[in-house]
Ligand binder design. Sequence first.
Ligand code: 0A1
Ligand code: ZN
Length: 881
Amino acid sequence: MRTESGQIFRLEDYQPSNYLIPEVALDFRLNAEETLVTARLQVERIPRAPADAPLILDGDGLVLEALAVNGAEAEPADYDASPDRLTITRLPASRRFELTIVTRIAPSKNTTLMGLYVSSGVFCTQCEAEGFRRITYFLDRPDILSVYTVRMEADRKDAPLLLSNGNPVESGDLADGRHFAVWHDPFPKPSYLFALVAGDLGVIKDRFTTASGREVDLGIYVEHGKEKRAAYAMDALKRSMRWDEERFGREYDLNVFNIVAVSDFNMGAMENKGLNVFNDKYVLADEDTATDVDFANIEAIIAHEYFHNWTGNRITCRDWFQLCLKEGLTVFRDHEFSADERSRAVKRIAEVRGLRAHQFPEDQGPLAHPVRPRRYREINNFYTATVYEKGSEVVRMLRTILGEDAFRAGMDLYFERHDGQAVTIEDFVKAFEDASGRDLNQFSLWYHQAGTPNVALSSRYDGKEKTLTVEIEQSVPPTPSESRKRLMHIPLAFGLVGPDGTDLDYQSVEGASVENSVIHLRKRRHQIVFKGVKARPVLSINRGFSAPVTLSVESRADEQLFLARHDSDPFSRWQALNTLLTDALIAASKAVRGGKKPVFEDELISVTIDLAADETLEEAFRALTLSVPGEADVAREIGRDIDPDAIHTARRALLMAIAQAGSQTFRALYERLLDSAPFSPDARSAGRRALRNTLIEFLVLDSASPEDAYRQFEDADNMTERAGALTVLAQHFHDTDVGRAALAAFEKRYRDNPLVLDKWFQIQAMVPSTATVSLLRSLMEHPHFSLANPNRVRALIGTFSMANQTAFHSADGEGYRLVAETVAALDSHNPQVAARLATAFRSWRSLEKGRREHARKLLVEMAKRKDLSRDLADILERTLA
Ligand code: 0A1
Ligand code: ZN
């Protein structure tokens, strides 16, 4: 099927290529306005391909300058070149031949940030997923693996630094102030992992000795003057390298590993072989300019890209449908790394909050797709929370089901069997089946079926018989183009929490397979009977969020309160409180809508305060328990006919109730937590700051004065506390002199630091006021705002659309209009960023009528525009379908 606005790619249409390209030699004459690219390709026809099979190479906006076959200029009749394709119809009879292709490109005019572009004077590339075809004509698909040799030539003054993948081979001077360098990467790789960087950058260098004694030169390249701010990233890199050896037996394989930070980048970072390119937001940090969340993100993303060296680069994807093969697995690996480096419980709660905030709405709306999709129109739109985060949850479930040892055996087999190959999810799962001897057929549905399963559950205890009977039922809601769903294998970790808070034993169990405290749900309904349970337990279910499902549990509030106070699984403690708070907020927003005053149970308020004050618990965990569910969390749980204003009012009332009841406790705690030690980004210190930042909001609400927050803002010796205080001031006192003064002081201090100024944009984008839309319109005129820079756009407009429920969803539709206008303005420049921004509308159908209508009209208007990019057209079409 073809739609009006583009071809649909289908998994079932996959065909291996008739031609391979075992070797590539690239030569770049770098010049910002006009770069000449000469590609010498060693091409090989596969034995079973017909001798006259045409060779069809991908291009995107290319101009062909010259083409030669085996060194001889090609006859015009033998090929056809268009900007997006080079078809060669007459080829030598021999199976191997050489093609030389010359293209001319204009890096400085490349605003899409795909292919070769210039960021702050630095040449850099981004080729995943299909950016290589913007550089030269190629079989731009991940199952074509080639050994690359890259020669770059540039002006020595503008670009003293010339980097590419692999190891450096040669360099030297040329005439007219130019110079060159040659790099060679011995590992065959797909074109999406190609990279070059050329420019004038500062560097920090270090060394790493691998487990087997190989010396690796490490370099992190940043803008001159910012070198010191790369130290934490370097430390994270070395820890990642060691961790992958210890936990997965994976060593680094080249002599050099380089990271380059650039300021214009569409995503977080990119795992190009031996030459990772990063959004500088995920490299640069020091206490004055980065928050603890920034430090944690840097650690996670440095690790993520490094881990791709084995899961993604050495073993890559056969086609883009298999994106989760590398992404889900690598996210799982970076999550485990952060859990080991920091607090496992806190990390898990943060992951689950992220999954629910980003993946659940995707899975429950018009953009739902399986972890391994079967069709796409624009692959850029599939770098989603489903592929990444749910993909990681699937790997986590695999480990839960198999256990640590069999999981590791499966990973080892996968590495051993597929090193150097481009493979599929089926290959991945098969490695675990073969290593463990288990049948993972039903489990694999997690890859193939979209939608968040629901698990409904009730339990009853028979004191005479000493049995606990649990009734469980699974259902998977329909999703676009998948109305009938099959039953899943859902692993539910559980505990039977006894009256003293410790887990009770049982003698036997019937009705489902239960092993190592995990119930394996495989049928629609299970009646599970635990026998020999000595006392009445409270069932703690889906511990550690063992399965990414929604739960409908028939349980009394006092049971949830009991779990919040006593469950031995910290995740479940947090979850129990979170469920209670969410339920209370749903009830309160109903009351607000009905014109009533919201009320909250005293016991709920006191358990919240008690947990925050419990000094036997880690501070970071306490900060999480005290973080009342956000407005978007409540909206998601309500699910339909959403009124964001009512939720906002309800949430404010809850915050106030907690602030007043906790007044003395919170103030004493806040003072006690003040750290007099010098700044350290470690998890424990960050936890203390997180708790203080959570408390400061309650202090100002209770006192109805900005004073405490302003003092924190002024006294802070680190960005976490400064930005935390400013956020509270902007949220609650934006229209007061103190609020305005703090915002102005922050801007003055950080005017020339774009990454910090992004925080200033972000904090204002979150102000819950009807005036925010016009504030944002004026901020878009700020001299340091630019639609050409993705970080600026995400900070201001992205934050507004994702994290400001009241103003984005303002009843007059003006919030939607602002975002729609920005999307439209961006689309011709940078379609990827425009399309991503447009996903803010994905839950439009769940809003109340007035807002729904505003959103629908704007979506229809946008979809009608001429010359929409494929990226944006795809999102709009699916959102409206
Ligand atoms: N593979 C990268 C993500 C990424 C994807 C596309 C890009 O194009 C702009 C950039 C980066 C990762 O998982 O980190
Ligand atoms: Zn990745």
